[in-house]
Design a protein around this ligand. Structure first.
Ligand SMILES: Nc1ncnc2c1ncn2[C@@H]1O[C@H](COP(=O)(O)OP(=O)(O)OP(=O)(O)O)[C@@H](O)[C@H]1O
Ligand SMILES: [Mg+2]
Length: 505
């Protein structure tokens, strides 16, 4: 049972935050309001009138719009085509493109959501895709907008912009149900808060409730929001990157001469505004993206000549930033996903067969250890809640002996209780002598985990600084401003940004 007698009331013009741990039933509840799922029991009333939604079409007609946790856009369509999809208006039997474009521009202007109607969705950064989803919902003229974890993939700047847009929508009388795992955002924008746990409403709160109280209400126990760790004891150089140059998908220089080392027993955090080459850097290390020039070595072994599979097998763990794309096979079971990297090796199988008993045993162990909430290890990963899918990826990648662990956005979409757990595991991995590289757009996460922080800007490492560097200085570095007299000791400095004229934004 995903929802067990939940009551929820949303008033006009309010932001109603819906909080709850991974798998609590938030998306399931919203999918019923949007007509994607039908409740077995209970009622949905709009303006006091009981309604039955057989499909999203009915929900939209009743003034309800939804932006889903995982994007539902068609990558090869333009923005205007995506927005028209589902309510296409035709002229002489053809899609009325002019009208679709006009609608996009109108809505994007009215709500201050910049959106190019002719851009192909696959070429847009995630923040822009998120805007397209919102514009799409708004063209349907909704009174209630459901935003299911809209900020999970956004940079802090994009999140700020989204919060501003949300305030504008509420001022215009619209209501918003806002789902997020980031308590700061809840406190910044919510008018009221409802918390659900294991399918039941466990309480309501106001935005002035302290973060730790909200966290405790969500997961049912006290949660430490800080990373607990001892000083690092770095050993040998495990990962060494020299003179690395990598291009992005469009052939634009994304990593522009990076030198980095990660030692055994330390966490190197990479901070930076998303789109400054972090993704391409990590993909190059993992053999997922060609290296133009430069070298990548792990324990003096050249990775650039190896396939991704060989790299994983050589003792490198990898949590990709986009779990749906690179982390799981949705149609495969939880158990199968947990051995995706080892299915053809003893004890799980060989070139001919899979030993489902061994796979099952391993899966049950990991599900237990990482608190993955699934009805069984035999269910398809695609039916798990978003945060639980993330836990499957992290569990798999941390379940074999590692020399190097690379985690990109390791806690994306994960609830506060599981963040505490995953952070603890990352620190433990460091403490047994693994070299750890963490990339995150959450500055708190980088600062909390890292022993050294490399700031990336326009494809270069601008500086490497200690984690106690003042936040405002880190912020300036992330904006490409180095300053003349650094307040904190700088271990190593890269090139000045003045020479970087072809970075990616
Ligand atoms: N189609 C389905 N088949 C089987 N189980 C499902 C299905 N849809 C949802 N569930 C289960 O219902 C529970 C609630 O999931 P839901 O996606 O609503 O959680 P959530 O609160 O949105 O979590 P998250 O914060 O991780 O997104 C989960 O245990 C999930 O596995
Ligand atoms: Mg969800």
């Amino acid at each position: 049972m995903a929802n067990d007698h939940i009551d929820l009331t949303v008033e006009p013009g309010e932001v109603h935050a819906l909080l709850g741990e991974n798998g609590a039933g938030k998306s399931t509840l919203m999918n019923q309001l949007y007509g994607l799922l039908q409740p077995d029991e209970g009622e949905i009333l709009v303006d006091g009138e009981a309604r039955t939604f057989r499909s999203p079409r009915d929900a939209i007609a009743a003034g309800i719009g939804m932006v889903h946790q995982h994007f539902m856009l068609v990558p090869v369509f333009t923005v205007a085509e995506n927005i028209a999809l589902g309510s296409e208006r035709t002229r002489l039997g053809f899609l009325d493109r002019r009208r679709a474009r006009r609608e996009v521009l109108e809505v994007s202007e009215r709500y201050g959501l910049p959106c190019d109607p002719d851009a192909l969705v696959e070429n847009l950064p995630v923040g822009a895709q998120q805007r397209v989803e919102i514009v799409k919902a708004l063209t349907r003229d909704v009174d209630l907008l459901i935003l299911d974890e809209p900020t999970a993939v956004l940079t802090p700047q994009e999140t700020e912009e989204l919060l501003t847009v949300m305030r504008g929508l509420c001022a215009a009388g619209k209501s918003i149900v806002f789902i997020t795992h980031k308590l700061k955002e809840v406190k910044a924008i919510a008018d009221r808060i409802t918390v659900i746990r294991r399918g039941q409403t466990v309480g309501t709160a106001t935005p002035d409730t302290p973060e730790d109280e909200l966290a405790a209400l969500m997961v049912g126990r006290a949660v430490s929001l800080e990373v607990a760790k001892e000083p690092a004891e770095p050993g040998r150089e495990v990962l060494s990157i020299t003179g690395l140059v990598v291009d992005d998908d469009r052939g634009v220089r994304a990593v522009d001469g990076v030198d980095l080392t990660v030692r055994a027993g330390e966490v190197l955090g990479i901070a930076g505004v998303q789109g400054n080459g972090q993704t391409e850097l990590v993909e190059a290390v993992m053999g997922l993206r060609p290296v133009r020039t430069g070298s990548i070595q792990v324990d003096n072994e050249d990775l650039t000549a190896m396939s991704t599979k060989q790299i994983l097998r050589s003792g490198v763990g990898y949590v990709p930033e986009d779990r749906s794309l690179d982390g799981v096979v949705k149609e495969f079971t939880v158990a199968e996903n947990l051995v995706l990297d080892q299915y053809d090796r003893e004890p799980y199988g060989n070139a001919l067969r899979l030993d489902s008993a061994a796979v099952g045993t391993k899966a049950r162990e990991l599900v237990d250890e990482f608190d993955i909430r699934a009805s069984s290890t035999g269910t398809a990963v695609g039916t798990l809640s978003g945060g639980n899918q993330q836990k499957v990826v992290v569990a798999r990648e941390m379940s074999r002996p590692l020399r190097l662990f690379i985690a990109s956005q390791p806690t994306r979409g994960v609830d506060v209780g599981s963040i505490e757990f995953i952070h603890g595991r990352i620190v433990r991995e460091r403490d047994v002598g693994t070299a750890v590289l963490v990339v995150s757009s959450e500055l708190d996460e980088v600062v909390g985990l890292a022993d050294r922080i490399a700031v990336m800007y326009r494809g270069k490492v601008l500086a490497i600084v200690p984690p106690d560097t003042p936040r405002d200085k880190l912020g300036l570095l992330m904006a490409g401003i180095t300053g003349d007299a650094p307040a904190a000791p700088v271990f190593e400095a890269g090139d000045s940004p003045a020479s970087a004229d072809e970075g990616t934004e």
